[in-house]
Design a protein around this ligand. Structure first.
Ligand code: GLU
Length: 443
C-alpha cells in the first residue's frame, strides 16, 4: 500500500464520525502522489501524519441567557491546525450544523488556502453550534461575549487571529472584539473583519466575492475570454455571493440566480444587487422576499440553482451543495467554468464529473482565498497602525489572485497534471507548508 493510502486509512480509523474532514483530507492527499515520489524525505519525517493532526484543539462550554431569562448552552471550539508559516488564521462559523469534523475540515483547507495567498498565515478555524438566525441583537451579544470569555485565553495577534465565516459577520466580530479588549486590556488586531472605524480594512467585506471573480477573470483571460456577456449562476446570498455577483456584473456578466437555505430565485434580467443587500445585509431577511419585491422573478422552494443554464457557475453557499446530478446538469447545459466561492461546495464525485467532461474547475482553497488574503492585509495594516485606501487593497487583492492562479497552474504543469487546478492548488499550497515543517524539525 502506498504511503498516502496508509495515512488515509489510519486517519479514517482515528477520526470516526468526521466525514467532511476525511473528504477534505482525502482530496488533498490523493493529489500528492507525484510530490511524494519526488520527496521521499517527507515520508521519513511522517509529514502527512503530522499535517493531518491539528497542533491543538480547544473545546469549551458557552453558557448564555436568552431574552426569556432561560439559560442556553452551546459548544465552542477552535482548531489550531498548523502554524508552520505563520500564526493560526481562519474564521469562526456559527451554525447549528457545526461539529468537530466540520471545523477540522475547514481548518485543514485553511492551511493550504492561506499558503497560496503568499502571506505568512497558518491554518485554523473555530465556531459554535449557536444559530444566530432568529436571535435578537442582545442574545447574539451575550453569546459572543461568553464565547470570547473563553476563546481570549487561546488567541492573540501573533498567536491565532480569528475572523468571520458563515453566521459571523461585522456584528459578531464587533461584540467579540469588545469583549477581548475588555478582558485583555489590549487594543490589537486579534480579529479581522473589524469595522472600518476601529481597525478594519477597506475591501475586506468585498474581498472573497471580488477575489473569486478576479481569479476566474484571470483564467478566462488565458483563453482570450472574459466575463463580458456571460450568464452566471450563483448559489447563496451571503457575503461571498453578494460581492461575487456585484463584481461579475461590473465586468459585464449577467447573474441570474441566488439562494438561501429555504429556496432560490431566478431573475432572467440579472440580479439587482442593491435589493439583495437591503434584504440580506440590512433586514436579515429571506431571499424569497426578493421575488416579492421585484417583478418577473421566479422563486422556488428547496434547491435547484444548478438546473439553470449558465456559462459560469459559482457555488457560494456551503459545503457539499453541488452534487453529481447537478454536475451532469451543468455539463448538459454547456457550463464552461465552475469556481468555488464557498469551502468544498462540490462533492468529490461531482468535481471529477466536471473535470472529466471539459469543465474548468477552480477549487475553493484557491478561488475563495481573497477573503483571508485581505484579512492578512488587515493584519499588516494593524501592525503598522495605518490604513490603506480601498484602491490600494483592491489592487493587492487582484495581484494575489493572479499569483494564486499562476501558482496552481504552474504546479499542475510541473507535476504532469496540466489544467487540473484541484491538484495544482493542493500541490502548491502543500509544498510551502511541507518545506517549512521540514526546516523546523519534528514538531
Ligand atoms: N472564513 C473565511 C475563509 O474561509 C475567511 C477567514 C479569514 O479571513 O481569516 O477563508
Amino acid at each position: 500500500m502506498s504511503y498516502i493510502q496508509d495515512v488515509l486509512e489510519q486517519l479514517e480509523k482515528k477520526n470516526p464520525g468526521q466525514p467532511e474532514f476525511i473528504q477534505a483530507a482525502s482530496e488533498v492527499l490523493t493529489s500528492l502522489e507525484p510530490v511524494m515520489d519526488r520527496h521521499p524525505e517527507f515520508e521519513q519525517a511522517a509529514l502527512l501524519e503530522r499535517i493531518t493532526e491539528p497542533e491543538r484543539v480547544v473545546m469549551f462550554r458557552v453558557p448564555w441567557v436568552d431574552d426569556n431569562g432561560k439559560v442556553q448552552v452551546n459548544r465552542g471550539m477552535r482548531v489550531e491546525f498548523n502554524s508552520a508559516i505563520g500564526p493560526y488564521k481562519g474564521g469562526l462559523r456559527l451554525h447549528p450544523t457545526v461539529n468537530l469534523g466540520i471545523i477540522k475540515f475547514l481548518g485543514f483547507e485553511q492551511i493550504f488556502k492561506n499558503s497560496l495567498t503568499t502571506l505568512p498565515m497558518g491554518g485554523g478555524k473555530g465556531g459554535s453550534d449557536f444559530d444566530p438566525k432568529g436571535k435578537s441583537d442582545m442574545e447574539v451579544m451575550r453569546f459572543c461575549q461568553s464565547f470570547m470569555t473563553e476563546l481570549c485565553k487561546h488567541i492573540g495577534p501573533d498567536t491565532d487571529v480569528p475572523a468571520g465565516d458563515i453566521g459571523t459577520g461585522g456584528r459578531e466580530i464587533g461584540y467579540m472584539f469588545g469583549q477581548y479588549k475588555r478582558i485583555r486590556n489590549e487594543f490589537t488586531g486579534v480579529l479581522t473583519g473589524k469595522g472600518l472605524e476601529w481597525g478594519g480594512s477597506l475591501a475586506r467585506t468585498e474581498a472573497t466575492g471580488y477575489g473569486l471573480v478576479y481569479i476566474v477573470s484571470e483564467l478566462l483571460s488565458t483563453k482570450g475570454d472574459s466575463f463580458d456577456g456571460k450568464t452566471v449562476c450563483i448559489s447563496g446570498s451571503g457575503n461571498v455571493a453578494i460581492y461575487a455577483c456585484e463584481k461579475a456584473q461590473q465586468l459585464g456578466a449577467k447573474v441570474v440566480t441566488m439562494s438561501d437555505s429555504s429556496g432560490w430565485v431566478y431573475d432572467k434580467d440579472g440580479i439587482d444587487v442593491a435589493l439583495v443587500k437591503q434584504i440580506k445585509e440590512v433586514e436579515r431577511g429571506r431571499i424569497s422576499e426578493y421575488a416579492e419585491r421585484k417583478s418577473g422573478v421566479e422563486y422556488h422552494e428547496g434547491r435547484g440553482v444548478w438546473q439553470v443554464k449558465c456559462d459560469i457557475a459559482l457555488p457560494c453557499a456551503t459545503q457539499n451543495e453541488l452534487l453529481i446530478e447537478d454536475a451532469k446538469e451543468l455539463i448538459a447545459n454547456g457550463c464552461q467554468v465552475v469556481a468555488e466561492g464557498a469551502n468544498m461546495p462540490t462533492t468529490y464525485d461531482a468535481t471529477l464529473e466536471l473535470q472529466n467532461n471539459g469543465v474548468t474547475f477552480l477549487p475553493g482553497k484557491a478561488a475563495n482565498a481573497g477573503g483571508v488574503a485581505v484579512s492578512g492585509l488587515e493584519m499588516s495594516q494593524n501592525s503598522e497602525r495605518l490604513s490603506w485606501t480601498f484602491e490600494e487593497v483592491d489592487e493587492k487583492l487582484k495581484n494575489i489572485m493572479k499569483s494564486i492562479f499562476a501558482q496552481i497552474d504552474g504546479a499542475a504543469k510541473e507535476y504532469g497534471v496540466e489544467g487540473n487546478y484541484v491538484a495544482g492548488a493542493n500541490i502548491a499550497g502543500f509544498l510551502k507548508v511541507a518545506k517549512s515543517m521540514m526546516a523546523q524539525g519534528i514538531v
